[in-house]
Write a protein that binds this ligand. Structure first.
Ligand code: NAI
Length: 248
């Protein structure tokens, strides 16, 4: 199928994990793919190769999504290279987990900057192009932790809950110009991020999931594909949980 044929997508933090799988899934459906990450390393280069193998125009950009000025420049560069941005996936994210008692100001500030301010930075930079084109789909990567909270993740949960409020507001602001904005709230997805958790914590999480398995990046990428494509043309301001039933 060619669900995204003729469209250009920009995905942040996509050299690895969920973002990478979204890039591949979008390319399989015919999208041109611009993606960012913090460094040009073997991950960025291998993704470029994989996307080229799928026959789509693509390019990796080194850009810190938390940096306002750098993000404006990166987005202008993507538009210069690809002419347009139809789909933005704000995916870049980090964790700095610990109980509030031990959480430092630096741990709080860094997580808010990379997870939440980045969504503002990138959406603001892309919006003028989408508003002018009178079309666009913005997809923000939240988390079930942003919906429900989680002990040891007050900074992360606050950033991910903030994303949901931002998403609902942007959907209301930009709906009249046919620009949609939705959030995905993944549950426990097996990537480098969750590999860092102790084995016992991972096993305990999986026990609480009705589908009795951790998610894989494809599970999230398929929902991102739906939100990016015209299949979701009447869906905006929503948060879709991709969590094997563990939340709500
Ligand atoms: P990951 O750690 O595997 O990949 C994240 C990527 O973002 C890395 O390539 C990293 O270099 C990049 N990145 C980090 N800071 C960046 C910055 N400032 N600018 C640009 N790129 C940056 O993480 P994963 O698991 O793929 O997560 C992707 C998104 O999904 C994140 O927003 C995360 O919070 C969210 N998520 C993940 C869940 C999981 O279980 N893995 C659950 C819920 C949400």
């Amino acid at each position: 199928m060619d669900l995204l044929k003729g469209k250009v997508a920009l995905i942040t933090g996509a050299a690895r994990g969920i973002g990478r799988m979204i890039a591949v899934r979008f390319a399989q459906e015919g999208a041109g793919v611009a993606f960012t990450d913090l460094v040009r390393d073997e991950h960025m280069e291998s993704l470029e190769k994989e996307l080229t193998g799928l026959g789509v125009k693509n390019r990796g950009y080194v850009s810190d999504a938390g940096d306002f000025e750098a993000t404006q420049e990166m987005v202008d560069g993507v538009v210069a290279d690809f002419q347009t941005i139809d789909v933005l996936v704000n995916n870049a994210g980090i964790t700095r987990d610990t109980l509030l008692m031990r959480m430092t100001e630096e741990m709080w500030d860094l997580v808010i900057r990379v997870n939440l301010k980045s969504v503002f930075n990138c959406t603001k930079a892309v919006q003028k192009y989408m508003l002018k084109a009178k079309t666009g789909s913005i997809i923000n990567m939240s988390s079930v932790v942003g919906v429900n909270g989680n002990a040891g993740q007050a900074n992360y949960a606050a950033s991910k809950a903030g994303i949901i409020g931002f998403t609902k507001s942007v959907a209301r602001e930009m709906g009249s110009r046919n620009v949609r904005c939705n959030a995905i709230a993944p549950g426990f997805i097996i990537t480098d991020m969750t590999d860092r958790l102790p084995e016992q914590v991972r096993e305990e999480w999986i026990k609480t999931i009705p589908l009795k398995r951790g998610g894989v990046p494809e599970d999230v990428a398929n929902v991102a594909l739906f939100l990016a494509s015209d299949l979701s043309s009447y869906v905006t301001g929503q948060t879709i949980q991709v969590c094997g039933g563990m939340s709500g």
